[in-house]
Design a protein around this ligand. Structure first.
Ligand SMILES: [Zn+2]
Ligand SMILES: [Zn+2]
Length: 143
């Protein structure tokens, strides 16, 4: 009897874990790191480990529920919005913002036509300085 209930628990627990992680990601537009997600999820599930959060994030990514954005070799950011959209990264404050222009899906067709490759998706990132950081620079007198 006891063994049975113990066997059932992990499954139910992992479903709940995944849901909490997804809720955390969907509730923010900040494209957080796994560490940030972990800190939020811990408030709901105190005994969860970073490894579990990470594993679930990868799983949600594979399920197409979230998007993983990797910037170079440093670390990944996660996005609760899995729809194709573009991002802007501020080189000063490191924030990742959503770009409010429609994704150009014709690009994929163009690459397909030109090279004969099967194209599944594409990613476009813009780099520069956000409004907030630009303003700050204007206000700070340069030496
Ligand atoms: Zn900035
Ligand atoms: Zn995004």
């Amino acid at each position: 009897m006891e063994e049975n209930t113990q066997k059932k628990t992990p499954r139910r627990r992992s479903t709940r874990q995944r849901r909490v992680i997804l809720d955390v990601l969907r509730s923010t537009k900040s494209h957080p790191t796994a560490d940030w997600v972990y800190e939020q999820v811990r408030q709901e599930i105190p005994n969860i480990s970073l490894g579990t959060v990470y594993r679930n994030l990868k799983l949600l990514r594979d399920l197409g529920e979230v998007m993983e954005l990797s910037f170079g070799s440093t670390y990944s950011r996660f996005d609760g919005n899995p729809e194709l959209h573009y991002h802007f990264r501020c080189v000063d404050c490191d924030r990742v913002l959503d770009v409010d222009i429609p994704a150009v899906e014709e690009l994929e067709q163009e690459v397909r036509d030109r090279h004969g490759w099967e194209v599944f998706t594409h990613r476009t990132e813009f780099y520069g300085r956000c409004r907030q950081c630009s303003r700050q620079r204007e206000q700070t007198p340069t030496k």
